[in-house]
Design a protein around this ligand. Sequence first.
Ligand SMILES: NC(=O)c1ccc[n+]([C@@H]2O[C@H](COP(=O)([O-])OP(=O)(O)OC[C@H]3O[C@@H](n4cnc5c(N)ncnc54)[C@H](O)[C@@H]3O)[C@@H](O)[C@H]2O)c1
Ligand SMILES: O=P(O)(O)OC[C@H](O)CO
Length: 333
Amino acid sequence: MKVSVIGAGSWGTALSQVLANNGHNVGLWARKPEVVKAINSEHRNPRYLSDVELNPDVVATLSYRDTLLRARAAVIVTPSTLVRGAARALADVVDSDFPVIVCSKGIEEGSGLLPIDILDAEMGNRSRFAVLSGPNHAEEVVRGVPAATVIASESPDTAAFFQELFACESFRAYTSEDACGVELCAAFKNVVAIAVGMSYGLGFGDNTAALLVSRGLAEMSRLVVACGGNAITCMGLAGTGDMVATCMSHHSRNRTFGEMLAAGKTLDDFTVETHMVAEGANACRNVKVLADRYGVDLPIADAVRSVVWEGADPKSLARDLTSRSLKPEFYGI
Ligand SMILES: NC(=O)c1ccc[n+]([C@@H]2O[C@H](COP(=O)([O-])OP(=O)(O)OC[C@H]3O[C@@H](n4cnc5c(N)ncnc54)[C@H](O)[C@@H]3O)[C@@H](O)[C@H]2O)c1
Ligand SMILES: O=P(O)(O)OC[C@H](O)CO
């Protein structure tokens, strides 16, 4: 079947390869003419994962209408700030039962909405939507290095439809009904990865990283439960799995961004140097909307936000976190 993929960054490119290798025709929407030209003539994305030869069944286009023509499903893989625009553009073209899966990891600024809620607001008929998330670095998935992911939807039929579409020997797909939990885990682990990057950048050790990962999981669980998600999701691929993959991997943009912050660099420096998105930069600010709304204590996110957006010294991260009042390991979950 034809599948439309919206967004030709690293993850959109890798997921297009998975789908094409599964026998689907992929219409990949990209915003730069030189990217479209190179994918269609040389079967390479010149900006992201450029050393990988793409399946010729990945056909790029600059036009939403072209990518959606005869498509049976859409995959949104833009940075999270662009999900609303993508959903709005899709709503103009597709039928009201057209299945859409969103693979972006973030929370909308101001509203605190998750990507699936944005699709619902722009397109309606929520049961046709799913989200995909897990410990999935594009650099590995595109090469078929074994990995697993979670596909969550409030409709088991929609989850099963996308599971069938994506699953293959090297990319195992599980289903879940907890889209809220999966999306909150996805957004939150990026914040913790920035903290871990800062920690390593400051010369702290593996014990410190494990402290941040574990306490980050406690924070994530409090947030997920308060927002109506399932605590068990935090123990799965989208929670613990992605937390570990992102915090420990040198592929991670969020961890790299944290290391750059420790070296005195800024978000602008990261963006100019990599042309990539470190979603945790916005997420550390946007989780505060939810934390305030539901009364959740998120000390690691607060510390990261103060460094990224308020010019705090990264060294204050350690001081702020270790000088908090002593308490039981688990509270508020
Ligand atoms: N890279 C991964 O390994 C990975 C894995 C899982 C999920 N994700 C998530 O997927 C989403 C997309 O990330 P990515 O890694 O593919 O992106 P990327 O960092 O590789 O590339 C940035 C993307 O943003 C696009 N872009 C930037 N500014 C734009 C604008 N003004 N208008 C339209 N497009 C614009 C670029 O064209 C490019 O597609 C993010 O939410 C990310 O967290 C990424
Ligand atoms: O490179 P990062 O930090 O954006 O992480 C990529 C994926 O989310 C890992 O699952």
